[in-house]
Ligand binder design. Structure first.
Ligand code: FUL
Length: 623
């Protein structure tokens, strides 16, 4: 017997073979970054738009007080591990002195045309030992060659410059958005590129990047990169259970969201629309807590400063996150298991605080259990588990029980095949499905105990659990209050009257309540606003329907103005960008002019016919 057990230990003391696709070393490192900042800053910052058309003048880019280091310090202070900057967005304006196109920062008055935003961020990150990455929109609404083979030379040159001249880039983003119409060097056309993968030749793009910076994580690129979209711009991973092992490839997920409801770029008066720290915690649990990474956007304003309300929310959430992670009540707990493949792989490897060591039973055992005995009773309400992902993703479902009132009580129910958590649902009281790099389950209520039991209930191969942690959710932090700066350009709609289609519903587009809307069953459709007296107008803001539906969401518009209600002038016409992924308020500017009447036309809608407007604001020049 003695001999036999020695033999078993010696034989079993080897690590299991990896199962299925495994992450690269770069992906492992990247997963451990957990969260970082997104920074959208460019010409849209000055035009109040989310998607520029491509004809915006570089002369607008002139931040009076841009300080990359101050921004990086704010991110780092909140506990973030890096940032990704939009070197070029869909409007095509390059914020570095590129050789690839004239539409770049050398034509901007900022620093007399000698500025380079990419350089300033890259240097600040380097100085503060903070990872730096970049977003380079494939869609380019400025470039005359876009949609033709000629654009590829331009685009590849841009990739090369960014990956050659600015030091290590930890991640480069290849956005999937391509809306069709644009300026395109004055052609003002709709350009269709067919399949993005074929047109951009992502196979080649990926090869080029691997040569230039082998450690750079590639986002998107039609699935040929290392990371893909987690499926919403609200910051949650769209599905849990979440599998990183897809076919024969390891593809990590990244969830993205702006900290401010107004969108990715900065917009005047946005302070009041910042997300609450508690909401950000739910975003975190539904992204990082499901095994994805989180990229949280903070946009500099026209002076180059982050919005104080955004910073206050980031700091408050950052504090909550570090409190949550500061104490692991399971650390150093004694662990007994139903099985392990030797001392090096015993249960204590889960509570030793070392992410590399792991508990693992013998090959062929897929449903082992482990019991943790804490040194003293503790109160916790978040359970965090990690697999040793270098050996592949294995666990399909798990259960956690706590010894309370003299019996085992289930605190995390095991997930069943076919079940799915979506959106923010299930953040509290969610079930135990996949683990992967990490999963966090927020219990319905805190539990006090000194005994906890983990059962793996389904796995594709013997599980390799590197960490089991018990955490306590801190009380919600309130963001430091920042004087809300209303937008002084918005006209007060009191006393205005309406006509046109469904005119009786038109006041709902001016009531300040995003939940109510003007709605008509047809497209095209329109309504008329009578402001009762003449004003100078230079912009309008449109908030699409906010009830989660896209059917009949107005996506193209025309706005006409009149002094007398008879003679009309068309002042703005176009599309609202990115509505499906991110239905936020969008502001459209036009040359300032006098009017008493405004006619709003809804000329196209998403997903079938209909027209709708949750809110419409009319702006007057303030300076
Ligand atoms: C999307 C873009 O269309 C948005 O403007 C934003 O940049 C977001 C991060 O990605 O696809």
């Amino acid at each position: 017997m003695g001999l036999l057990s020695v033999g078993t230990i010696m034989q079993a003391a080897e690590a299991p073979e990896p199962f299925g696709p495994v992450p690269t070393e770069q992906q492992v490192k990247w997963l451990r970054m957990e969260w970082y900042a997104f920074v959208h800053f460019g010409l849209n910052t000055y035009t109040n738009k989310e998607w520029g058309y491509g004809d915006e003048s570089p002369a607008m880019f002139n931040p009076s007080d841009f300080d990359a280091e101050a921004i990086v310090k704010t991110f780092k202070g909140a506990g973030m591990n890096g940032m990704i900057y939009t070197a070029k967005h869909h409007d095509g304006f390059c914020t570095w002195p590129t050789q690839s196109t004239e539409h770049n920062i050398t034509l901007s008055p900022w620093k007399d045309g000698k500025g380079d935003v990419v350089r300033e961020f890259a240097n600040a990150c380097k100085k503060h030992n903070f990872a730096f990455g970049t977003y380079l929109s494939p869609w380019d609404r400025n470039c005359a060659e876009y949609g033709k083979p000629g654009y590829l030379d331009v685009y590849y040159k841009q990739i090369e410059e960014l990956l050659t001249n600015y030091g290590p880039i930890f991640e480069i983003w290849f956005d999937g958005a391509m809306g069709g119409d644009g300026y395109y060097g004055g052609a003002r056309q709709n350009r269709n590129i067919g399949k993005a993968d074929t047109y951009y030749n992502y196979e080649q793009v990926v090869k080029n990047i691997r040569k230039l910076q082998p450690d750079c994580i590639i986002w998107g690129a039609a699935g040929r990169g290392d990371v893909t979209w987690a499926g919403s711009e609200k910051g949650f991973a769209k599905h849990y259970p979440l599998w990183n092992a897809q076919g024969d490839k390891w593809l990590s997920l990244e969830a993205d969201t702006p900290i401010n409801h107004r969108g990715w770029f900065w917009h005047p008066g946005q302070g009041a629309n910042v997300k609450k720290p508690q909401h950000l915690m739910e975003v975190y649990l539904s992204s990082v807590g499901r095994g994805a990474n989180l990229i949280l956007n903070l946009a500099p304003d026209r002076d180059g400063h982050l919005d104080p309300a955004d910073v206050a929310a980031l700091e408050a959430f950052g504090k909550m996150r570090s409190k949550l992670l500061s104490k692991d009540y399971a650390l150093q707990a004694k662990v007994s298991t139903s099985e392990s493949r030797g001392r090096k792989f015993d249960g204590s490897q889960m509570t030793d605080g070392d992410i590399e060591s792991y508990w693992c039973p013998n090959d062929g055992t897929t449903t082992p259990t482990a019991e943790l005995k804490l040194a003293r009773p503790a109160t916790f309400d978040v359970v965090r588990l990690r697999e040793q992902i270098r050996l592949g993703q294995r666990v399909e479902a798990f259960k956690v029980e706590a010894w309370v009132d003299g019996k085992w009580q289930t605190i995390v129910e095991p997930g069943q095949p076919g079940e799915k958590e979506t959106g923010f649902n299930g953040v509290r009281g969610g079930k135990g499905h996949t683990i992967g790099h990490q999963v966090m389950r927020w219990l319905p209520q805190p539990v006090t105990t000194d005994r906890v039991r983990l059962s793996i209930t389904r796995a594709k191969a013997c599980p390799c659990i590197s960490e089991f942690s018990l955490l306590r959710m801190p009380a919600a932090e309130q963001a430091k209050s920042v004087a809300a700066q209303g937008d002084p350009s918005v006209l007060n709609s009191k006393g205005w009257t309406f006509s046109g289609f469904a005119a009786e519903l038109a006041p709902l587009a001016f009531d300040g309540n995003p939940a109510t809307m003007w709605q008509h069953s047809k497209t095209p459709s329109h309504f008329v606003v009578d402001m009762q007296k003449t004003h100078v107008l230079n912009a309008f803001s449109y908030l699409p329907r906010q009830d989660g539906k896209t059917h009949g969401m107005t996506t193209r518009y025309r706005v006409e103005l009149s002094l007398d209600g008879k003679n009309w002038k068309n002042v703005a016409e176009g599309e609202f960008g990115n509505l499906r992924a991110n239905p936020v308020e969008q502001t459209i500017s036009f040359p300032a002019q006098k009017a008493r009447y405004l006619r709003f036309f809804s000329t196209a809608a998403l997903d079938g016919s209909g027209s709708s407007v949750a809110e419409l604001k009319l702006h007057t020049p303030t300076k």
